[in-house]
Design a protein around this ligand. Structure first.
Ligand SMILES: [Zn+2]
Length: 696
């Protein structure tokens, strides 16, 4: 703390040091200690001046706690405490920011307190949001007739077990028998945090403190329904667990660094012998060489036409048209085992000639398609007589688009090579016409079929000497070392890992009998286009968390699992979709539609599988829209319900019926601001959206 100096650094130049004899460094832990010491006098002073008041502080935030029989009494004590604080502050060279003062009241009455606290010239009302009715602490999990949670006993003044108090710390000591209120006033926002922590504490006690609260029988205590099936919800909503997201973040960051042009220092971070370098290498699970990209002084335009017809039929006609000059077809292929290869083919007399190139196991179809286009141009440029026209067909739109730009990014080497070969062609023949055209795949265009066939052969036949086999007009070139791993391949692995991790996480958190994990990341289009209300019923049924007799009984909302329509003893999803006579007509339509879509009979389906099958989405939605399945729950008989409060389910049911009424009114053209948006399609994340959200 002694011999300290300040120096000014400006534009890389450091000035002379000047001695500092007051103040302490920014962020020094000494600061709050000194401050607290300095401020400590205020507590004795105020507690002496106002009987029963207690102080609580954190550095420069001070709270005063008081209790009393009503809010006016509490406010009076707090006003006195504020006056004493201000007096002490004036004597000690301290000023409080009155504007930041807040007051909160904990009380038993439902009505909002009217009294205000005088702080200097301000009158501070009790904050309505922070002011809580103590009924909150009541734990509904307790059996009826048991009056008392320890907190509650104290509030009611019927404390028979004093030993129960204080066991969990300070909060019970704030409550005085027969008194209504406990109240803090503070001079800073800090107060709110303190109050909220206190509330959370109560909450935790009310919810988790009693083992009964975790049982399915107490759905009302914390607003959460039992059996939330987080796994199913995560899969259906596209929301992923934070741990998986974080790991994916690291991988994406690593990939982004690797995608930077050569010479960029940040690119060298991955794999560097530093903490972060090792971390990123581990996250990517990839060492070894990676496809590199370069930063160009100035991008070069492609001196060739890139053409794509709007209509598929038109494109097909173009691909089959006889045209002058050299016509080539290219294709890239990636087999299930990850082997890639490509081909370039052209007609020689009545037969086909061409090149097959194997690319190894660390590339993508995208790389192969791009490489094929570049190689086709190379083969054209190598001809002894340069043709007047060169037309190259590819079925890969992404690869054609890549040729247009030579900017850094996945596959950059191929547009660069293409530019080189085009320059050669243009030098060899002035006025040459070069076209790269899109041709639809698997539409019977002979050149495309041939290229496809050869690309698969190339992918499946690695040369024993290396990974690249080039066989064009009798020549063979062998690449001795594997290609560096492509960025596109790395990217694919990252998204596959993310999906696999999401499935794994969810799989352990979903009931296997109720829910089947989706095979693809694509959400169900039919459900995404339906209304929010219908979709939510669909998802409730899909996750097994729906208004069925079986579920409501299990959740102890209904006394039994009986079907309220046909009185069958167990109303399950299968019962509602297949058996219940109430919905016989609708079931017939549903299963006829399912049979048409899937060629599979009703008897071979379980509802779990039906709801997991994307082909049946439309039929299931129609079924739900035309029935009350998963929607209507009749009230339990009055005598069963005597004396108890209306259950949360029933309240919700009532509310939804009202909302449905509003929705109908809306459909008839009535304008209702409150209900606006209900009829809109449900938003579901599409794969594109998910990909975009994963990128920054
Ligand atoms: Zn029934």
């Amino acid at each position: 703390m002694s011999d300290r100096q300040v120096k000014l650094v400006l534009d890389g130049k450091t000035g002379e040091g000047n001695p500092v004899d007051t103040g302490i460094p920014q962020g020094s832990p000494v600061a709050p200690i000194l401050f607290t010491t300095y401020l400590s006098g205020i507590f004795d002073k105020v507690e002496e001046a106002v009987p029963g008041i207690r102080g609580l502080s954190f550095v420069d935030d001070i709270s005063w706690w008081a209790d009393g029989t009503d809010s006016t009494a509490v406010a009076a004590k707090l006003s006195a405490a504020a006056a004493a604080s201000i007096e002490w502050a004036a004597e000690n060279g301290v000023a409080f920011d009155y504007g930041k003062t807040e007051a909160a009241l904990f009380h038993k009455k439902r009505s909002a307190p009217r009294a205000t606290v005088a702080v200097g010239t301000n009158n501070v009302p009790f904050n309505k949001e922070a002011t809580r009715w103590l009924g909150l602490a009541r734990c509904p999990a307790l059996p009826k007739g048991t009056p008392c949670h320890p907190n509650e006993r104290r509030q009611k003044g019927c404390d028979k077990t004093p030993a129960a108090n204080g066991a969990d710390g300070t909060h019970t000591s704030q409550l005085q028998e027969g008194h209504d209120s406990v109240c803090p006033v503070s001079h800073h926002v800090r107060r709110r945090a303190a109050v909220e922590r206190r509330l959370c504490h109560w909450h935790a006690r009310a919810g988790g403190g009693n083992p009964a609260a975790d049982q399915p029988g107490s759905p009302g205590n914390n607003g959460l329904l039992p059996d939330n099936q987080p796994g199913a919800l995560s899969m259906e909503s596209g929301l992923r667990a934070a741990t998986a997201q974080l790991e994916n973040r690291q991988r994406r960051f690593g990939l982004r660094l690797l995608s930077l042009p050569l010479g960029d220092h940040a690119r060298q971070v991955v794999g560097a012998p530093t903490e972060i370098g090792r971390r990123l290498t581990n996250a990517l699970a990839h060492g070894g060489p990676t496809e590199s990209t370069v930063l160009l002084e100035k991008p070069e335009t492609l001196e060739a036409e890139l053409l794509q017809e709007e209509e598929e039929a038109e494109a097909k006609a173009e691909a089959e048209r006889t045209r002058p000059g050299l016509i080539m077809f290219t294709d890239g292929s990636r087999l299930d085992d990850g082997a890639t290869g490509y081909s370039v083919v052209w007609k020689r007399g009545l037969t086909w000639a061409g090149a097959k190139v194997h690319m190894g196991n660390n590339q993508e179809a995208y790389d192969a398609e791009c490489a094929a286009l570049a190689h086709a141009l190379e083969l054209a440029a190598q001809r002894s007589s340069t043709p007047e026209r060169v037309t190259i067909f590819s079925d890969a739109q992404a690869a054609i688009r890549r040729m247009a730009s030579d900017e850094p990014g996945p596959g950059q080497q191929y547009p660069l090579q293409a530019r080189k070969h085009i320059t050669t062609l243009r030098r060899a023949r002035r006025g040459i016409v070069i076209e790269i055209r899109w041709c639809p795949a698997h539409k019977g265009v002979i050149g495309n079929e041939k290229a496809d066939e050869w690309a698969k052969i190339a992918a499946g036949q690695p040369n024993i000497h290396g990974v690249e086999l080039l066989n064009s007009s009798g020549r063979t070139e062998v690449r001795a070392a594997p290609l560096p791993r492509s960025l596109a391949d790395l990217k694919r692995e990252i998204s596959e890992k993310k999906w696999a991790e999401a499935r794994q996480w969810a799989g352990g958190r979903a009931s296997k009998t109720k829910y089947r994990m989706p095979k693809s990341q694509k959400p169900d289009g039919a459900v995404a286009d339906s209304t929010k209300r219908l979709a939510s019923r669909y998802y409730q049924l899909k996750t097994g968390h729906a208004r069925t007799g079986q579920y409501l009984h299990w959740a102890k909302v209904r006394p039994d699992a009986q079907c309220w329509w046909c009185k069958c003893p167990s109303q399950t999803r299968d019962h509602l979709f297949k058996v219940c006579p109430e919905w016989r007509t609708q079931q017939k339509i549903l299963w006829a539609e399912v049979l048409k879509e899937t060629k599979r009979w009703k008897s071979r389906w379980t509802v779990r599988d039906l709801l997991a099958d994307g082909r049946c989405g439309r039929a299931v939605l129609d079924f739900l829209a035309s029935t009350d399945v998963g929607r209507r729950v009749p009230l339990v008989d009055e005598e069963d319900n005597a004396g108890s409060e209306v259950s949360e389910w029933e309240l919700r049911e009532h509310q939804e019926r009202q909302e449905e009424g509003e929705e109908k009114a809306e459909a008839l053209g009535a304008e209702d601001e409150m209900g606006a948006g209900e009829g809109l399609p449900l938003f579901l994340p599409t794969p594109d959206f998910m990909a975009a959200a994963g990128e920054d």
